[in-house]
Design a protein. Structure first.
Length: 184
């Protein structure tokens, strides 16, 4: 199945995001449970509000939750981003250490942050850290594509996806990219 998807979509163009980890983390939090278009709109409003293309912790020092809400962020997402930025500014968190941690350690550190769950951690591992063996089974579009290609039932358990994906190790990130491409 994967070979057919690869043949249909050509070479994988997945690249590691060269942006700072904080920027990508903010991007991932914005994208949680939103359509791509809605997330892009909110990110563009927020970038315009902070006056920069890249999100940096110091930009969120004096910004009020009400201002973030006007950009389209929920109250919860506003609080998450502000708290993560505060921890970085206070020296309680250094996202650069993610580069030295293995996948599980990096996931644990990310998931310990407010508003960061498995999906967000997986997005950071894949797109910011360039890790090649991540299966973001929490992603609805990915599960849908895999279900269609492998005739899995709609209520298939996450374990079914992990079991199926064992054959893609150590390149589950690449396989995920192809299955996302298959639904676009």
């Amino acid at each position: 199945m994967l070979a057919e998807v690869i043949q249909r979509h050509g070479p994988c163009t997945l690249m590691r995001d060269p942006q700072p980890h904080f920027h990508t983390l903010v991007w991932a939090i914005i994208n949680q449970q939103l359509s791509v278009k809605a997330a892009q709109t909110i990110a563009a409003r927020l970038q315009a509000h902070v006056g920069a293309e890249l999100f940096e912790p110091q930009q969120f020092h004096r910004i009020r939750e009400t201002s973030l809400r006007k950009c389209g962020l929920s109250g919860a997402k506003s609080r998450y981003i502000r708290e993560i930025a505060r921890r970085i500014r206070a020296g309680e968190l250094g996202l650069e250490q993610l580069d030295t941690l293995d996948d599980e350690q990096a996931s644990e550190l990310l998931i310990s942050l407010p508003g960061v769950g498995r999906w967000t951690a997986d997005m950071l591992l894949m797109f910011s850290l360039g890790r090649l063996d991540v299966l973001p089974v929490g992603d609805l579009a990915l599960r849908k594509s895999i279900r269609v290609h492998y005739a899995l039932p709609e209520d298939a358990a996450y374990e079914d996806y992990f079991s199926l994906a064992e054959q893609w190790r150590p390149y589950r990130t690449i396989a995920s990219w192809y299955y996302w491409a298959a639904v676009d």
